[in-house]
Ligand binder design. Structure first.
Ligand SMILES: *Cc1c(COP(=O)(O)O)cnc(C)c1O
Length: 400
């Protein structure tokens, strides 16, 4: 997921425009900034890119999820369905607003299985957060169909799938709201940063006010005289992040195209491995190609291949062994280890025994994540790197 690979003069030039005027905040200081509004410009460009009416820059991906949940009025007493395979922040955001995450299984796309939503429902279910993991979209249309039938809200966690599409339409634009991250390992990066997108003006306004201490933004008023409709907090994006984001966004099509070409070449090399299967894709043309996943018949074969390939230059992740992306590996969540337990929903009587995760509740995830290897696809690759991978595949295949 390497926007970091292409940081260069374009980002520097955008940052310099900010530095020359010295206004590092997105609001106020109109005379000094002399028309330079990088976060605002980045938001406008991002909304056009996503095909949504609105985009709101925020401090990071985690706060984009939290800000969206606040705007959607998800809070204490609510349950939110989340997939077993995601970065820990998806769950943390639900807890941050006082709601309870309810774990759902994944399907062959490695994303939330729409057919497993039903069994996770309770009268308290308010929303679903499908996550487009590792660069490729979930079955989002079907998820939304199920959600609409049950009058549930949908917030897409598109942190790992910026630029991904289904039938040409961008992920993040299907649900009621979408959330993005621009942290340092994402497809485009601003160091730290995030974005909330939506077509709904009132959701946008709630998010906009919430993320800036309740400010009702009104360009005709000085900032100190703006009204406050609701209590918020500070999840603002800074101008330097906005500047970098603008330059990165201009490069995103090139980033994704390069990854797709590189992924196709790596995939051709991996086809030689006997007995593997590739990840299911809802729309192969909409894959951002940040990762290539290949599945072995069992854990033993995957592990043997991984250990044999790594010293020869093919590094892979087996997510069942990874500490941050599989719910059953989060001992702090499993044991409800919180800073202030009163703030979290675990102890609430209405949720008695609702927070529970065992392998038998998520059989598909528990099986497939234990025998699938993921390898990251770089933007820039040389012929020597492909040859190295070919060699690693040959050597590791010999131990299967
Ligand atoms: C990175 C990520 C986040 C959080 O983004 P940050 O910018 O790191 O806070 C949320 N969800 C997923 C799926 C992610 O990969």
């Amino acid at each position: 997921m390497p926007g970091r690979e292409v940081i260069g003069r374009e980002e520097l030039q955008e940052v310099m425009e900010v530095m020359e005027r010295g206004v590092l905040t997105r609001y106020g200081f109109d005379q000094q900034r002399n028309g330079v509004f990088k976060v605002k410009e980045f938001e406008k460009a991002f909304a056009v890119f996503c095909g949504t009416r609105r985009a709101l820059g925020v401090a990071n991906g985690s706060s984009s999820l939290k800000t969206a949940l606040e705007a959607l009025d998800v809070g204490p007493g609510d349950e939110v369905i989340v997939p077993a395979f995601t970065f820990v922040a998806t769950y943390a955001a639900v807890l941050e607003v006082g709601a309870l995450p309810v774990v759902a299984d994944i399907d062959d796309t490695f994303n939330l299985d729409p057919e497993k939503i039903e069994q996770c429902l309770s009268p308290r279910t308010k929303a679903i957060i499908p996550v487009h993991m590792c660069g490729a979209p979930a079955r989002i249309q079907r998820i939304i169909e199920v959600a609409r039938k049950r009058k549930l809200l949908v917030l897409e966690d598109a942190a790992q799938c910026c630029g991904g599409t289904l039938g040409g339409r961008k992920v993040g634009s299907f649900g009621d709201m979408g959330a993005f991250s621009f942290d340092f390992v994402k497809t485009i990066t601003t160091g730290e940063g995030g974005m909330v997108v939506t077509d709904d003006e009132s959701l946008y306004l709630r998010a906009d006010q919430y993320h800036d201490q309740g400010h009702v933004h009104d360009p005709s008023l000085p900032r100190a005289l703006e009204k406050h409709d609701l209590i918020g907090f500070n999840y603002r994006m800074g101008e330097l992040q906005g500047a970098i984001g603008l330059a990165q966004l201009r490069k995103i099509d090139d980033i994704i195209n390069a990854q797709r070409a590189n992924k196709a070449r790596i995939k051709a090399l991996l086809r030689e491995i006997e007995g593997i299967a590739f990840r299911g894709m809802v729309d192969p043309q909409g894959d951002t190609a940040t990762f290539l996943a290949f599945t072995f018949p069992g854990y033993a074969e995957a592990k043997r291949f991984q250990q044999a390939a790594s010293p020869h230059g093919l590094d892979t992740t087996l997510f069942k062994d990874n500490a941050w992306h599989y719910v059953l590996n989060w001992e702090h969540f499993l044991s409800k280890a919180t800073v202030n337990s009163k703030q979290y929903p675990f102890s609430s009587s209405v949720f008695k025994d609702r927070w529970k995760v065992t392998a038998d509740m998520i059989p598909y995830a528990d099986d497939i994540l234990g025998r699938t290897l993921f390898t990251g696809v770089p933007v820039k690759m040389t012929d020597e790197q492909f040859e190295k991978i070919a060699g690693a595949v040959r050597k590791a295949s010999a131990v299967l």
